[in-house]
Design a protein around this ligand. Structure first.
Ligand SMILES: [Mg+2]
Length: 249
């Protein structure tokens, strides 16, 4: 892996679509959530002004920007309201994409998920902070690993259960990954793999990193890429990447 400062104009010669993860890439990692019975308190993070300007500039230069996250659409809309005319939003680990006000559903996970959800909701453990509201995947925020959740998930052979040190993401193996979302967006835009640059930082980005002609990692220990940026610094990983692209164009 090379530092992002080694990314040249030649490397992005064919790139038309830039795919950006959200947490750890466009906003800092970490979700604040609390649940008491039927009440959920959930903090919304907003994209920064510097990142907004860079996305607008890249759009002006002719790039498509896809925001590809494990979060739900309602939350991404709140986070990215100001730049929605300039981006598409792929949500819940590749389950669906919002593009120009239209929803494209890529995955139907209902049959896979309907039995496991009540079992997970019945788990009592003080380390469970809450279930993040989602439609297609299940995300359970926890202070630390919860054996009972892992035991229940392990019984479902078609499901993955990824622990990212703040939450479990549970979804359908192979058919419900961010990579599925990237492929669907590429098809929508009539693009090929070598037209795509992907940036991610976490375990749920791994498959997606292989769907780009160029992959940039914001956490070398969790997702590999051709290039890397530091996860923690003054500028967020997406800012470092977009800054470099705008510099070399
Ligand atoms: Mg992330």
């Amino acid at each position: 892996m090379l530092p992002i400062t080694s990314l040249t104009k030649a490397v992005i010669r064919n790139i038309k679509l830039i795919v950006l993860d959200v947490d750890g890439v466009l906003v800092p990692r970490g979700t604040k959530i609390k649940q008491f019975g039927n009440k959920t308190i959930f903090e919304t993070k907003k994209i920064g002004g510097r990142e907004i300007e860079m996305i607008k500039k890249l759009k002006e230069k002719g790039f498509f920007i896809n925001i590809n996250s494990g979060r739900g659409l309602y939350m991404l809309e709140e986070m990215f309201r100001e730049i929605m005319p300039f981006v598409s939003l792929t949500y819940e680990n590749g389950s669906a994409t919002w593009f120009k006000g239209r929803i494209y559903q890529h995955v139907n996970s209902f049959e896979y998920m309907k039995k496991i959800l009540p079992k997970l909701q019945a788990v009592k453990n003080t380390n469970i902070k809450g279930f993040e509201p989602k439609e297609f995947i299940i995300s359970i925020h926890c202070k630390r690993r919860v054996k009972e959740i892992e035991r229940i998930a392990a019984q479902e052979r078609k499901l993955y259960c990824i622990w990212n040190s703040e939450a479990y993401d549970i979804g359908v193996k192979k058919i419900q990954t961010k990579a599925v979302g990237v492929k669907a967006v590429a098809k929508l835009l009539h693009l090929r793999k070598n037209n795509i640059l992907v940036m991610g930082d976490n375990y749920n980005d791994r498959e997606m990193m292989n769907e780009g002609g160029v992959a940039v990692s914001a956490d070398k220990s969790r997702a590999k890429g051709d290039f890397y940026v530091p996860l923690k610094g003054k500028v967020l990983p997406a800012g470092l990447l977009m800054g470099q692209i705008l510099r070399v164009l």
